[in-house]
Design a protein around this ligand. Sequence first.
Ligand SMILES: NC(=O)c1ccc[n+]([C@@H]2O[C@H](COP(=O)([O-])OP(=O)(O)OC[C@H]3O[C@@H](n4cnc5c(N)ncnc54)[C@H](O)[C@@H]3O)[C@@H](O)[C@H]2O)c1
Length: 425
Amino acid sequence: MSTTTAQKSDIANPALAAEGKKRIEWAGRNMPVLQQIKERFAKEKPFKDVRISACMHVTTETANLMLALKAGGAELALCASNPLSTQDDTAAALVHEYGISVFAKNAIDRDGYYRHINSALDIKPQFVFDDGCDLVNTLHTTRTDLLDGILGGCEETTTGVIRLSQMTKDGALKFPMIAVNDTDTKHMFDNRYGTGQSTLDAVFRATNTLIAGKIVVVAGFGYCGKGVAERAKGLGAEVIVTEIDPTKALDAMMQGFRVLPMTKAAAIGDVFITVTGNRDVLREEHFSMMKDGAILANSGHFDVEIDVAWLEKNCKVKNSKMRHQTDEYVLKNGNRILLIAEGRLANLGAAEGHPAVVMDMSFSDQALTAEWLLTAAKNLKPGLHNVPAEIDKDVARMKLRSMGAELDVLTPAQELYLNSWEHGS
Ligand SMILES: NC(=O)c1ccc[n+]([C@@H]2O[C@H](COP(=O)([O-])OP(=O)(O)OC[C@H]3O[C@@H](n4cnc5c(N)ncnc54)[C@H](O)[C@@H]3O)[C@@H](O)[C@H]2O)c1
């Protein structure tokens, strides 16, 4: 550990470093594609003299991404992309075992959260990683002095991509950002299987409830919502989906889920999970008709999907931390509502986030996209761009290989057939 690096950090508890290192290594074992990329980076040093600021969930999987970039020669500063998602042992290990600057503490307040983003930006990055667009937003609002030095960056999640595409439409985005979320190897697996499993994991850890026999209401049937609904069904729940998009609602129905508006589902559900990327999905009109003991969790990016402010203001009694990351609000009608992880990303606040096996793909996409950006950035206009399709396919191929699967290959006749239009019935 270098003392200077440690001084350039702000973490909760250095004593947790040894425990964090063990868990980072455990995650690393389950990220074979990223390990392969890291080994190549270590030889080729593509990021030599490159400064990168990253605003991401400080988890063991993110730690492995940071280690791959560091092996490639990058100078890094990492801050959290959510006040509740930091694993303090991971942060400690990154600083004290691996010499990476980290500015992140679990359960930090809003001021501290933005102070940490600013600290991560103090290295004057050339490239940025963001998860939800808070770092990019900070650059465009309060740290505009740094904009000229930024060559480009990568965005990890759906909500960040939505914010960046609005910035692009408004002509506000001053450098190219790449929508890593939109690769198939990211959203088809991380959002679906990762969020599905880890959100249910959060419900177990926070409440120890039995899902079998319960009615689980899932708000939003996008990639995350599908994953949550499938996992809840697999555990024996009856699943109700709420949607605003007719095609997504139809998809949910044909997969065997009931589709209802929240004004009807609210009175029936036992467990409510929001994954819409939208605000006020669960609000006063819904809380007032919920059953006694209803459990609420949000796995959408920001803590705006459940109107927690209303619960805080209007409950008769609040019993904080009844269990790990579970607050109880007793309403004026006497019914109790259980809220997981303060309405913030439940899977990261009350559980460990996605399993490393799935983050292997997302973070391999990130690592390879960052490497591509080193040379591609100068030719890209400011605005939101897609990851090159070859990177997506390469990650899929490497992941398949790591899972012991083999692909078929086209015969020359098949290749010709697929590339021609003359053949009909
Ligand atoms: N928890 C995690 O670890 C994790 C992982 C990936 C993404 N996310 C976040 O989860 C959210 C959803 O991501 P996604 O990839 O599933 O997005 P998506 O766009 O695929 O799906 C969102 C769905 O919500 C629906 N929706 C919007 N407003 C609604 C409303 N008021 N009621 C019901 N449905 C509504 C949309 O029609 C859409 O089908 C985003 O905020 C994303 O950033 C979280």
